[in-house]
Design a protein around this ligand. Structure first.
Ligand SMILES: *Cc1c(COP(=O)(O)O)cnc(C)c1O
Length: 408
């Protein structure tokens, strides 16, 4: 008899987005003539940069010829991509990394979800609230979260990000072993200043905490004072793992490529207090359970760093950030309180008159035919907010904003 991992039974399966789809479908049945505009989904819409497509085409042709065919590649990624990552994403910001510290993967959802493999089941975890659900659900699967009581896990330390603290988290009141930080943040769209990030690195250094730093939206930072990598902060290599993805940076949500940095200075502990290199554990984990990102994909990712590639993906990022600015301005004109959207492609909107997230969601759907994402779906502190994404098409977004203006 095969026993299952019963922790899976505690998960509320895809609750948020399936609930949204259900409600949108119900609206469509009763309002077949109305065109619904979604500002809800966190996916890009612009096509891949021509430089990326050309590089991938060339790579396919190489694989199609006997002389240039390649089979399994290095599990950690091809040196051509690892070197480009180190040079453009880190050395350019004064951070030196060894090639053995960069692990190319098929994206950050897998890496942020899988990283728990190398950590004991009874570490305490802390998350900022609201939060990207993968951090919590992957820890539920590992049995680290305790029991759920109305959307709150008993063994998770929730660090509230609210209007009162400007959505910038305060240090947790309870001890945590592992802390997830995502900046610029999904869903609030708020970023952390250098001093704020320094506060977290120092806290982690003083308390033997490991920070899982998700920098998926790093490319959207506009303010030159905001750090792109946690390793721009002194001492961070001793406490942080950093996750990066080409998904939002370069429209790779369908292509699939990301990477994770596990510094060699970073240690975990055995129960009897011996230090162990997390880099070695992650390397071992990947070599066993992952066989590398496809060659074609890695050539595409390499092209993101070419001069033309950088220019082309920069134009896409600008397009989305212009959407974000226009959306912010319009929502503010409507008298709504909005946060984020300045260094991230998400705008976090406070519901008017203390309405609940779901109530405002319904009002917008039925009265303006717009779909946002109810903030409460990202955690208890998200109640009373809606997330709008700037990843849409400009005209659609503007149409949504003019409908909203009429409704308000
Ligand atoms: C989109 C996103 C990612 C990237 O996920 P991929 O698996 O690389 O596509 C990572 N973290 C957050 C918070 C995201 O929103």
């Amino acid at each position: 008899m095969a026993l299952i991992n019963e922790h899976f039974l505690k998960l509320q399966n895809g609750y948020l987005f399936s609930e949204i789809a259900k409600r949108v479908n119900a609206f469509r049945v009763t309002h077949p003539k109305e065109r619904v505009i979604s500002l809800g989904i966190g996916d890009v819409t612009l096509p891949l940069a021509p430089a990326v497509c050309e590089a991938m085409h060339r790579a396919v042709d190489e694989l199609g010829r006997r002389e240039t065919f390649r089979g399994y590649g290095p599990e950690q990624g091809y040196p051509f991509l690892v070197d480009a990552i180190i040079r453009h994403d880190y050395a350019s910001r004064g951070v030196s990394l060894d090639p053995g510290e960069v692990f190319v993967s098929d994206g950050s959802k897998s890496d942020t979800g899988n990283i728990g493999d190398i950590l004991r089941h009874d570490n305490s975890i802390g998350v900022t609230d609201p939060v990207y659900p993968v951090y919590i659900d992957s820890n539920v699967m590992a049995g680290r979260t305790g029991f759920s009581d109305g959307g709150r896990w008993s063994d998770v330390v929730y660090i509230p990000c609210t209007e009162e603290n400007g959505f910038v988290p305060d240090l947790p009141s309870r001890r945590v072993d592992i802390l997830y930080l995502c900046y610029p943040n999904n869903p609030t769209g708020v970023s952390l200043s250098r001093d704020e990030l320094k506060k977290w690195v120092n806290y982690a250094l003083a308390n033997d905490v490991i920070i899982m730093y998700d920098a998926a939206y790093e490319a959207y930072i506009c303010n030159p004072e905001i750090p792109h990598s946690i390793y721009e902060i002194k001492g961070a290599k001793k406490v942080a793992i950093e996750f990066r993805s080409f998904s939002k940076t370069a429209g790779f949500t369908g292509v699939r490529c990301g990477y994770t940095v596990v510094p060699k200075e970073l240690n975990g502990f055995t129960l009897d207090g011996r230090r162990v290199s997390l880099n070695e554990l992650w390397s071992r984990r990947q070599a066993t359970k992952f066989n590398g990102t496809s060659y074609v994909t890695q050539r595409g990712a390499e092209a993101v760093y070419s001069a033309t590639g950088r220019e082309q993906i920069g134009a896409s990022v600008d397009y989305y950030m212009t959407n974000a600015r226009m959306m912010r301005a319009c929502l503010q004109e409507c008298g709504l309180k909005v946060y984020g959207g300045e260094d991230a492609p998400y705008v976090w909107v406070k519901t008017p008159d203390g309405m609940s997230s779901w109530r405002f969601f319904e009002r917008l759907l039925y009265e303006a035919f717009i779909v946002g994402t109810p903030g409460v779906g990202f955690g208890p502190s998200g109640e009373g907010y809606l997330r709008f994404t700037a990843f849409g098409e400009r005209e659609e977004m503007l149409e949504a904003m003019s409908r909203l203006r009429r409704y308000i």
